[in-house]
Design a protein around this ligand. Structure first.
Ligand SMILES: Cc1cc2nc3c(=O)[nH]c(=O)nc-3n(C[C@H](O)[C@H](O)[C@H](O)COP(=O)(O)OP(=O)(O)OC[C@H]3O[C@@H](n4cnc5c(N)ncnc54)[C@H](O)[C@@H]3O)c2cc1C
Length: 157
């Protein structure tokens, strides 16, 4: 990273991944990048999201499982006298890793339960096996995590 003082520790980066509710999946195939926003969970060091059985992101990720995943938090504008001296406060994390579709029904149910409970903020009941079978759950095994931040004074330790 060009500016060392902006580096987020691995611990802080993982905290943001736990807190964020939207991430952006970056995939590419035959010189064509594609970025798509998704809800997700960061669980046991991996990213998981669920989606329909078919679609462009899944097509791309199947053809080229090397993907990126990004999350961020916009923390406001740093004002200044001159417009060119304005800057922004933020935290962001970029992951590079390998995507694969989770096959095990038990594992899929467990991940869907985690997703449900985080986003619905309530305990999930019983999952219908037929519905679980239809949904795709994708796992991203993390190869590399980097975090960068520019924090306002009030948030600096
Ligand atoms: C906050 C948020 C959370 C979301 N969470 C999930 C989730 O958890 N799971 C999930 O499957 N989807 C989620 N979506 C929808 C997701 O962004 C995609 O629209 C969806 O997954 C279909 O993607 P696809 O590649 O299969 O698109 P396809 O249905 O194959 O369509 C491909 C074409 O549609 C266009 N397109 C697709 N998605 C978008 C988009 N979001 N905005 C603009 N153009 C688009 C692309 O340019 C592309 O050419 C979420 C969207 C938002 C904004």
């Amino acid at each position: 990273m060009r500016r060392n003082k902006r580096v987020m520790s691995q611990k802080e980066s993982k905290k943001l991944l736990k807190k964020a509710s939207v991430g952006r999946l970056g995939v590419s195939w035959k010189n064509q990048p594609y970025v798509v926003p998704l809800n997700f969970v960061y669980s046991k060091g991996r990213i998981f999201f669920h989606c329909a059985e078919e679609g462009k992101k899944l097509d791309f990720a199947r053809r080229n499982p090397n993907v990126c995943f990004e999350v961020d938090r916009f923390l406001g504008v740093k004002k200044s006298v001159k417009p060119c001296s304005y800057s922004v406060y933020y935290q962001s994390v970029i992951i590079c890793g390998k995507a694969n579709v989770v096959r095990s029904l038990a594992r899929k149910t467990q991940i869907l339960r985690e997703i449900f409970e985080i986003y619905a903020r309530k305990t999930a009941g019983k999952f219908d096996r037929g519905q679980v079978a239809k949904v795709k759950v994708v796992e991203i095994r993390v190869r590399e995590i980097s975090g960068k931040q520019n924090l306002p004074t009030r948030m600096q330790e």
